[in-house]
Design a protein around this ligand. Structure first.
Ligand code: ADP
Ligand code: TRP
Length: 346
């Protein structure tokens, strides 16, 4: 019998999901769910490092859930839940924090950026990678689909599993063939797709909510047009040949098209008498056709939050059922007693 790999990932409820989130994480995660046991969650505790608006946190959490489902995630197979509904994650965060040196967390990009800008990071930002490692390790996950910006966090999660195993088991818990022996914590691998590792935004930098250069996944057709037309291009005159490989419009077009369609568009760029405005219209048509059916499903889900709530609660129970035995293993490994159960001693 071959056992399925377990895929796990999380996304913060901090505003409308954009094309970078979709192609970097959501779409690969949904794809993986066809062959793997899928565990995906809304990282609401992580969002608290910045979010101070309770209504926004609630509605953005629904928005992430609806996006995952509209993108094809089947909630009867995959487990979809809110991170904060499984409190064991905080318990494991503390334990991992006790085997992790300050040097490691001080190397995290987000913490270094805050320092470089002279911003005093809250403790949530400092311990962000530890909570993220707990997310991943609590479910014995094998693969973690993410965009490139999360690779450092994945490395840290692997390091923390190693520290835990070395300090409490006396070895790293893996045999010479790299096979996990079922003790301690399992070390997962990041899965980053080449094409979508870093999706560019309107200004050519990485697409990100915080840069204001994002195109929301479920923008209306009108909003979509406005965003696509705002993509920055160079000033090569219409008649002149253009280089597709340096153009953000072309990079985004690649996300939606076949190799033949890309070759065709590249030839039109190189042939001259083809302006960036034309290329943008090609991109707009592709993106709209790609997202239109999902947009309809998304809107229907967002107007039925009772169903979303049911799915998330059911997911939380299933996630917790997976987390509990891992936590028992961890507690036993470090010398903490099994959790008392009311009535167990009569
Ligand atoms: P943002 O940078 O907009 O705040 P998040 O940090 O919430 O996005 O990212 C959620 C997921 O989407 C992560 O797996 C991240 O790697 C991925 N992701 C975000 N932006 C991009 C991008 N521009 N290209 C590829 N993946 C991305
Ligand atoms: N840090 C991730 C982001 O900003 C979100 C996240 C939290 C995550 N926990 C995770 C991703 C565990 C993968 C696995 O996008």
């Amino acid at each position: 019998m071959t056992t399925k790999l377990r895929s796990l990932s999380g996304i913060k409820p901090t505003g409308q999901p954009h094309w970078g989130n979709y192609f970097g994480m959501i779409q690969p995660a949904v794809e993986l769910a066809k062959d793997a046991e899928a565990y995906y969650f809304i990282a609401d505790y992580h969002a608290l490092t910045t979010v101070r608006d309770a209504d926004a946190l609630r509605s953005d959490s629904y928005e992430i859930a609806a996006t995952m489902l509209a993108s094809g995630l089947d909630p009867s197979e995959a487990v979809l839940w809110r991170q904060s509904d499984v409190p064991e994650v905080c318990e494991l965060t503390w334990i991992l924090g006790c085997v992790t040196g300050m040097g490691l967390v001080e190397r995290a990009h987000a913490f270094k950026d805050a320092r470089a800008k002279g911003i005093e990071a809250n403790f949530g930002v400092v311990s962000y990678p530890v909570l993220m490692a707990a997310d991943i390790l609590l479910y014995d996950s094998d693969v973690v689909p993410v965009g490139k910006d999360q690779v450092q966090h994945l490395e840290m999660a692997r390091d923390m599993a190693g520290y835990f195993n070395a300090q409490f088991l006396g070895d790293i818990g893996y045999d010479a063939e790299g096979q996990w022996d079922g003790r301690g914590l399992k070390r997962p691998a990041a899965q980053v797709r080449d094409l979508t590792a870093v999706v560019p935004g309107l200004d050519g930098r990485k697409m990100s909510k915080s840069y204001g250069n994002a195109i929301p996944v479920f923008a209306s057709k009108k909003q979509l047009k406005k965003r696509v037309m705002a993509i920055k291009t160079d000033s090569t005159p219409l008649e002149e040949p253009k280089d597709p490989s340096t153009c953000t419009v072309f990079a985004l077009y690649k996300l939606f098209s076949t190799a033949e369609e890309q070759a065709e568009l590249a030839a039109r760029y190189r042939g001259g008498n083809f302006g960036y405005g034309h290329a943008k219209l090609e991109l707009l048509a592709k993106a709209d056709a790609y997202f239109a059916p999902q947009r309809e499903r998304f809107n229907a889900l967002m107007s039925d939050t009772d169903t979303l709530e049911d799915i998330l609660r059911d997911g939380a129970l299933r996630a917790r059922a997976t987390a509990e035995p891992v936590m028992e293993r961890v507690r036993a490994g470090i010398g903490l007693p099994a959790r008392p159960i009311r009535g167990a001693h009569g």
